[in-house]
Design a protein around this ligand. Structure first.
Ligand SMILES: [Zn+2]
Length: 187
């Protein structure tokens, strides 16, 4: 359902991989499509960046409407768990009035870490869609495959690489600017 042509790339120099390109064909970016929701998540990532947070954004969708939004806010909230995905899941729980979130899809601009993949399993979401791969912390495919091995107690369908180039480029630009300021890498 991704509607994205998979184009494998080998770019060992890149911090955030683009294993596919977001080539958009007519009809693939309409309201409710994966690209549509990922663009919403990208807008949230941009907002995080403007607050000097690592630019990652997430939206939680239920019955084709957004019930949760999140952006990285660990620094501003002084909260190591305030990753975009966790923030979006918490909002979704409040909206649905339930700590389980069946039938939801979580869109996030970067492959989730172990904590966030764990949270999606606890929340019983239906589907996970992410943008760029994170070779250092990604726990869906990159460093481990938490959704598949060992077989988890809940099955989550997932798609990676939606608007991967845009999602990854935002992160690369952020860290490049940070290095330029001599502040080192956070996040
Ligand atoms: Zn995370």
């Amino acid at each position: 359902m991704s509607g994205v042509d998979k184009v494998r790339r080998v770019d060992k120099a890149s911090v955030f991989c683009e294993r596919s390109t977001g080539i958009v064909r007519s009809g693939e970016c309409g309201v409710g499509s994966d690209i549509y929701w990922m663009q919403k998540a990208l807008t949230l990532a941009q907002s995080a960046e403007s607050s000097d947070e690592v630019p990652v954004g997430a939206v939680l969708v239920f019955e084709n409407r957004c019930i949760g939004e999140g952006k990285n806010q660990m620094i501003s909230e002084k909260d190591p768990t305030a990753h975009a995905e966790i923030v979006a899941l918490r909002m979704g729980g409040i909206v649905l009035g339930n700590y389980r979130l069946p039938g939801t899809t979580l869109y996030v601009t970067l492959e989730p870490c172990m904590m966030c993949v764990g949270a999606t399993l606890h929340a019983r979401i239906q589907r996970l869609v992410f943008g760029a791969w994170d070779p250092k912390r990604g726990a869906v495919e990159s460093t481990c495959q938490l959704l598949r091995s060992p077989p988890p107690y809940h099955f989550i369908e997932y798609t990676g690489g939606i608007l991967a180039e845009e999602c990854g480029q935002m992160l690369k630009d952020f860290f490049r600017a940070l290095r330029g300021k001599g502040e080192g890498i956070r996040g």
